[in-house]
Design a protein around this ligand. Structure first.
Ligand code: RIB
Length: 284
């Protein structure tokens, strides 16, 4: 029974609403919200800490029922401030060490390790990592996992060449791909922090007649629907995005109940899975 006067909206604040990964997260959350006769308001922080703060103020002003948020603010300061409004929130895709709240995320260090280990197994010993801003924990964790795989294989950390993009989207991937082509010596493999970057890198390599995987092997992250449909089907580290959205919404509904224990700490960490396709298979 819904208490009279309470909002029937939960908000989902994501880093990039044009990224199919977050569309999948939203679809999982929306199904759970619908089941509880609640609606989902999807908002976009565009990886900006100030945009995130503005939206959190809007949610407080509107007294939404609860908030699902993929944090742009590495420090967690915005969320610590938001906590005083006593509107429950659940972190998606991140665990903030400072906030004792609830979260659903994927072990991105393991994800980075899976990507790099696969490339090592294919015989690559010089790998480029095309990252988003290192202010995003996901990008740092994926890098750290890749580094761990290389050092465990006895390689020097310098065997991972990091190129940092401003945003995790296709245009930035094209730009990173162009930079990659200018590297000398050129790494024989590229691991991208998400599939949108990888699709942009693929476009840039194709434009210069560079073959994937024959000349450069390519790995993405998320396994969005377009990964399998790419010109060269993309090897990618799959995040269970729909499940992340669903489980985050379920946690939030538990938090919004009347008898909710607001200081509960529950971190659900899901496993990534490497999906191997043509973009890394050794030439036949
Ligand atoms: O928004 C950037 C990325 O972070 C997404 O593609 C997904 O990988 C998330 O973890």
């Amino acid at each position: 029974q819904l208490r009279a006067g309470r909002s029937r909206i939960i908000s989902l604040l994501v880093l990039d609403m044009a990224n199919p990964f977050f569309v999948d997260v939203a679809s999982g959350a929306e199904r759970v919200a619908r089941g509880a006769s609640l609606g989902v308001m999807l908002c976009n922080s565009a990886q900006s800490v100030t945009e995130e703060a503005d939206y959190l103020s809007l949610f407080a002003e509107q007294r939404v029922r609860g908030v699902l948020v993929t944090p742009a603010d590495l420090t967690g300061r915005n969320l610590t401030e938001f906590r005083r409004h006593r509107i429950p929130f659940v972190l998606v895709d991140r665990v903030l060490p400072s906030a004792e709240g609830c979260s659903v995320s994927v072990d991105d260090v393991l994800g980075g390790r899976l990507a790099a280990q696969h490339l090592l197994d294919q015989g690559h010993a010089s790998i480029a990592y095309v990252s988003g801003p290192m202010s995003l924990q996901q990008c740092r964790d994926r890098r750290d996992g890749a580094l761990a795989a290389l050092t465990d294989a006895g390689l020097d950390a310098s065997a991972l060449h990091v190129l940092e993009a401003d945003r995790l989207d296709v245009p930035e991937g094209r730009d990173a791909g162009a930079r990659l082509l200018g590297m000398d010596p050129r790494p024989s493999a590229v691991f991208c922090a998400n599939d949108l970057l990888a699709l942009g890198v693929l476009q840039a390599l194709f434009a210069e007649g560079v073959r994937v995987p024959e000349d450069i092997a390519l790995v993405g992250y998320d396994d969005i629907e377009f990964a399998a449909a790419a010109a060269v089907p993309l090897t990618s580290v799959r995040q269970p995005a729909v499940r992340m959205g669903r489980q985050a919404a379920e946690l939030l509904l538990e938090e919004t109940g009347d008898e909710a224990d607001r200081h509960r700490h529950q971190s659900i960490v899901l496993e990534p899975e490497l999906i191997v396709r043509d973009s890394t298979l050794a030439p036949r």
